[in-house]
Design a binder for this molecule. Structure first.
Ligand SMILES: [Mn+2]
Length: 423
């Protein structure tokens, strides 16, 4: 493998996805691998606080893994000059297995000439008719590609000119696309297809470290590294991998891993939190040189401030997509110190959820409004899933809302009962 390994968390990344991918990419680097963290979406406020606190820059955003025409273009295929002779053109076709030849004028793409049209000129040399020139035979191609185009749009047959800003770059074919070395991708903090960056089928999953349910859709072409553990946070698992490798955790990385544990366990309040998460956090806090409780509360507060978010942004906050029982639904979550303000805007939030639900044809879109202080959740939703929600939580649904005391975890307390009720 010669390509750099990308380490990524899920779409709508949370602090665990951002920080565990940075920390695990760092571990791979410290072990001599060529690896880099990437991210699948925008950084939320809580994560921004953590990155800023420990002076770490966010990793680059990657929106999809589709092979691009620019990755596969054969740049060694020279274009014919517009001033070239018919003999030059004949030589070009003799040297290349293509029915069209690209023509360039000072490096700028001028069009193509067809092998058949050139052959006609040789018939004319026999009949004595006047010959055309390369310039006069040059015409716009039926199809050509830009370097940024997706490789899977290149037809199975034929070769095509590739252009970048008008400049001729080379030729491409479907076979060229198929031979591009796949991007190795290491997934952390997720494994369900709907949460993975688009185009993963054109990349190569080389490993998964996660603490979620196995979503069932993961399949790989070869054997891969897999580490799943039912702990509160992927960062807890990543921390254990540093210990296993005998590598000291750098101070800033310890700070990020600590932030992830605090975030996922809501400062150890979530029922997903295990003794291992707590021990790990204390150990990380010592390396990072911060007071875990005090830092944790400040970080959670930074993320809990939703006063400047629009209803649309709140409806999309930390959104994850799920499928089960023939239904597809999303669950977003906001964690706040006080739910009053959000519950006062419930009508607006439900219509924002409904807009999102309708535009993606989801069966339902949920929003968990979770109180860090009360350790409870008001679950509101759009879509006709009253019966499912009622069966899931054994409660009556009042006006698209159900109050769930002692519920903070989407993964442990919301997703399983809903999926069970859909069975
Ligand atoms: Mn996580």
């Amino acid at each position: 493998m010669t390509k750099q390994i990308f380490v990524t968390g899920h779409k709508s990344p949370d602090t665990d996805s951002i920080c565990s991918s940075i920390a695990f990419a760092k571990l791979l680097q410290l072990q001599g691998n060529d690896a880099a963290a990437i991210r699948a979406g925008e950084i939320n406020k809580e994560t921004a606080y953590a990155l800023d606190y420990f002076h770490v820059s966010p990793q680059p955003l990657v929106s999809d893994f589709y092979v691009k025409v620019g990755d596969a273009v054969h740049t060694d295929v020279e274009a014919l000059k517009i001033s070239a002779s018919l003999k030059d053109a004949a030589k070009w076709f003799a040297a290349h297995a293509s029915d069209v030849a690209p023509v360039a004028d000072n490096g700028q793409f001028a069009g193509v000439i067809d092998k058949a049209a050139l052959a006609d000129q040789f018939i004319k040399t026999v009949t004595g008719e006047e010959l055309a020139t390369v310039k006069s035979l040059t015409h716009d191609p039926e199809l050509f590609f830009q370097t940024a185009d997706n490789g899977h749009d290149v037809p199975a047959e034929g070769t095509y000119a590739v252009v970048d800003n008008g400049k001729y770059m080379g030729m491409v074919c479907a076979d060229c696309i198929a031979h591009v070395e796949k991007q190795p991708v290491f997934l952390v903090d997720h494994n369900e297809a709907k949460q993975i960056i688009d185009g993963i089928d054109e990349a190569d999953i080389v490993g998964v470290i996660d603490h979620h349910r196995i979503g069932g859709t993961l399949s790989t072409s070869g054997p891969i590294f897999i580490l799943f553990k039912p702990v509160g946070c992927t960062a807890t698992i990543v921390t254990s991998l540093y210990a296993q490798a005998g590598i000291t955790i750098p101070k800033d990385i310890a700070g990020l891993l600590l932030s992830a544990v605090i975030s996922d366990t809501v400062l150890f309040r979530s029922p997903t939190c295990t003794p291992e998460d707590k021990e790990t956090a204390q150990k990380l806090g010592a390396i990072a040189g911060v007071d875990v409780e005090a830092y944790g509360m400040e970080m959670l507060k930074a993320g809990a401030n939703v006063s400047d978010l629009t209803p649309d942004q709140i409806a999309h906050n930390d959104m994850k997509e799920f499928s089960g029982g023939g239904k597809t639904f999303t669950i977003s979550q906001v964690q706040v110190m006080d739910t009053t303000d959000l519950l006062n805007q419930k009508t607006v939030l439900v219509s924002a959820l409904d807009k999102m639900r309708e535009s993606h044809s989801y069966d339902a879109s949920f929003l968990m409004i979770t109180s860090i202080i009360d350790e409870s959740t008001n679950l509101i939703f759009a879509g006709n899933m009253e019966d499912t929600v009622s069966a899931a939580f054994g409660k009556d649904i009042l006006d698209k809302e159900v109050y769930l005391p002692k519920v903070m975890s989407r993964k442990k307390q919301i997703v399983p009962p809903i999926l069970d009720a859909l069975k």
